[in-house]
Each structure stands twice: as structure tokens, then as C-alpha cells.
Write a protein of this length. Structure first.
Length: 396
């Protein structure tokens, strides 16, 4: 049986708080969920299955394929056990690979030492069998081996993604404190938006939320935007079959949205960056961009989702200014967003209180190390003001 068709455990990692949405994605793709952790979902399948997962999963960070699982107490035991794996069957002696790890073992003070022992075991095995050693280094743009070591339990994976899946390839011009693409996708999915209603993104920054919303609404696989994955550099990778799979998945996408996506920012530079990122993603014609204060963002009839990601604030001067902005968000919701569901994604719950509206739900997420909440508001009260003709013209 080919290595590519042998079934094994597959671990899909994600940011903390995202696992429930990742679980639904994995199930919707026809995979069983064997276990769910704070930052991962475990399923099973073949190496060929990891190709689909890499292309289709929106909220996961890495697709890890389990190669071996064993017990090891010390670095020497680790080296011996990894040396027994038939690396020459998977990695060419003329290729390049890197090692990443997650290590909590009492004999290891620095995880980099475990990485070196793992790397040495692989290199020595291949050199012994093929007479030549592959190159190694920190770049994760080719074969990536991931070592998981907790106590005596040691698991060796191929990181089939290579670079994290959050690196879609479209965000060519990021701005300060950008939201990762995978987190943005999870936040959009948490709102329940699928393309039927309108999606309004004031304070759009580099456009990540609006772009991920467009990809979701169109059913476009985020992985199609990338041309390089870790699995592509393993032995016997079937490039023609992979290209066929890409064409099949691309053909399943829709070419129309039932609702509108509107993205605005007060910064001209931000909007220009967002436009370029959307063009790189190939979905710029589905997003209506405009430069204006968030409170002047056009909100068309028909309902849908309005989602803001304001700054959280770090210094006292910023906090005082942001209090006004958060109060303004509440006014914007009440005056212009009747019939919509409003959302605020923030890492500062004290500031969020300034919105002044009752929250229906508070969904926990992590933006890097910052614990955040996606706050949901049903917007029934207040009167809507008609959008000015000038503003409508500016976003077309």
C-alpha cells in the first residue's frame, strides 16, 4: 500500500476559541471528529485526504499527519526511535526539510535541542540509506516535520501545510495589528453569515473580514489562493492529480452573492490596501469599498450582519478616545442598523460596555495572546437614517 493511501490520525490545529467552528468544518467535509481540544480537532484519513483539508479548511492553522507514535524518556531514546522510521521512503536525499516541535519533557530545557536531535536522526538515517544528506533549516516552505513530546509520549507528524494556513497569500499589504485570516474566517462563520444577506464591515482595515466573508459567501476554497504546501515536497507527490483536485474544487464555487458586502475605513491608505488585497484574492468585484467614518457607512435595506473590529487600546490617552468610539458604535447600531445583527470583536470588555446595548451572546476567541469576545446585538430599536446619495456614490 502506498504511503499516500495509508490511513492515520490527522490533527488540525487552530487558535484557541476556534475549535467549535473548525469541528463543524471538518464534519461538513465528511470526516469523523475523534476528539476536540482547545486548539485542535483530531480526525483520521490518508495523506491524500490532507490535500483536500489544506485547500478547503478556513479556520485551521495546520494539517498534521501522524507518522509514528512511541514512548521516549530521553533525547537519546528519541533519536533511536526516530532513526527507525523509513525517512528515505518519504524524503529525497537531495531535498530540504525543517523541524518544528511542541515539547514538555523534564529532560529538555530548550525545545530547540529536541529539534536538533530529531533532525539529526532523520539526516543520519537518509545518509546511511542513500549516501547523501538532505539540507535542513528553519524555512517552512518545503517538507516540515513536527515533533510532539509530552512526558514520555512522542508523536512524529508531517506538517502537510508547511507555512500556516492563515497565510492565504492575498494579504500583500497588511496594516498594524491585522487579524489573521483563519481567525477572521472563524469570526465571520460565528455570525452565521453565508452570503444570503448583506455583510457590512466598517473599520475594515486591510479588508480581511470582508475578504473572508466574500470567500465564504461564494463558497471559494481559501487554499486555492496558495501555490505551495508541505505535502508537495514529499516523495511520490502526484502533481497532476492535485491539479485536477484544484480544478474540481474551483468549479464548485459560486459566481454571485445574494447580498452585498460593504467595507469602509476612515483611512484612505487602509482602503487602498484592502482593495489591493481583495484584488489579489480575486474577489474585489464583490466588495464595495468606501472612505468614511464608520458612522457614515451605508447600511442598505434587507438586513444581514454588521461587524466592527475596533482597537482595544493600550495607553490611557487611547482609552479615553476609544470610549467615544465605542459609544459611537452603539449610536451607529441604533440609528442605522435596524433589522441587522450587530457584532463587535474586541479584546477590551470594559470599553465594550460603552456600546450601551444589551448583548445577546458573548463568544470567546483569542487574537494571538489577547483574550477577546465577539459580542452579538439584536438591533430592533431606533430609526434608520437614509444613506446619503454622496456616500452611496463614493463606494461604487
Amino acid at each position: 500500500m502506498s504511503f499516500w493511501t495509508e490511513k492515520s490520525r490527522i490533527v488540525v490545529t487552530c487558535a484557541k476559541g476556534v475549535a467549535p467552528f473548525l469541528k463543524q468544518e471538518v464534519l461538513s467535509l465528511g470526516f469523523r471528529v475523534l476528539s476536540e481540544g482547545k486548539a485542535e480537532i483530531e480526525t483520521e484519513g490518508t495523506m491524500e485526504d490532507t490535500l483536500r483539508l489544506n485547500l478547503l479548511v478556513r479556520t485551521g492553522q495546520r494539517i498534521l499527519f501522524l507518522l509514528e507514535s512511541f514512548s521516549a524518556k530521553t533525547p537519546d531514546e528519541l533519536y533511536k526511535r526516530i532513526s527507525r522510521i523509513s525517512w528515505e521512503d518519504y524524503i529525497s536525499e537531495h531535498s530540504y526539510f525543517s523541524v518544528t516541535s511542541s515539547v514538555h519533557n523534564p529532560t529538555i530545557k530548550d525545545s530547540r535541542f529536541a529539534n536538533v536531535r530529531c533532525k539529526d536522526a532523520v539526516v543520519d538515517r537518509i545518509k546511511d540509506r542513500r549516501g547523501h544528506r538532505p539540507d535542513t533549516g528553519p524555512q517552512r516552505d518545503r517538507v516540515v516535520i513536527h515533533l510532539y513530546w509530552r512526558g514520555n509520549l512522542c508523536q512524529v507528524f508531517f506538517d502537510t501545510s508547511g507555512e500556516p494556513l492563515s497565510r492565504r497569500g492575498y494579504r500583500m499589504i497588511p496594516l498594524k495589528a491585522p487579524m489573521q485570516e483563519t481567525l477572521a474566517a472563524a469570526v465571520v462563520l460565528a455570525t452565521g453569515w453565508t452570503g444570503d444577506g448583506n455583510f457590512i464591515s466598517p473599520m475594515c482595515g486591510s479588508g480581511t473580514l470582508a475578504i473572508e466573508a466574500a470567500l465564504i459567501g461564494l463558497g471559494r476554497a481559501p487554499g486555492l489562493l496558495r501555490s505551495n504546501y508541505g505535502f508537495m515536497h514529499l516523495k511520490d507527490f502526484d502533481d497532476p492529480s492535485f491539479k485536477t483536485l484544484r480544478r474540481k474544487i474551483r468549479a464548485e464555487a459560486r459566481d454571485k452573492l445574494k447580498g452585498r458586502i460593504i467595507a469602509t475605513d476612515i483611512s484612505q491608505q487602509a482602503v487602498e490596501s484592502a482593495k489591493k488585497n481583495a484584488a489579489t484574492a480575486g474577489i474585489d468585484r464583490f466588495i464595495e469599498f468606501g472612505v468614511c467614518n464608520f458612522s457614515e457607512t451605508p447600511v442598505p435595506d434587507g438586513g444581514g450582519v454588521v461587524l466592527l473590529n475596533p482597537e482595544y487600546g493600550e495607553r490611557m490617552g487611547e482609552i479615553e478616545e476609544l470610549k467615544k468610539i465605542y459609544r459611537g458604535i452603539g449610536d451607529f447600531f441604533k440609528k442605522k442598523c435596524n433589522g441587522y445583527t450587530g457584532y463587535v470583536f474586541t479584546g477590551n470588555l470594559d470599553l465594550a460596555k460603552k456600546v450601551g446595548l444589551r448583548t445577546k451572546r458573548k463568544m470567546p476567541f483569542f487574537n494571538g495572546p489577547i483574550e477577546c469576545r465577539l459580542l452579538e446585538y439584536d438591533l430592533y430599536e431606533g430609526s434608520r437614517k437614509k444613506e446619503s446619495t454622496n456616500l452611496q456614490a463614493r463606494i461604487k
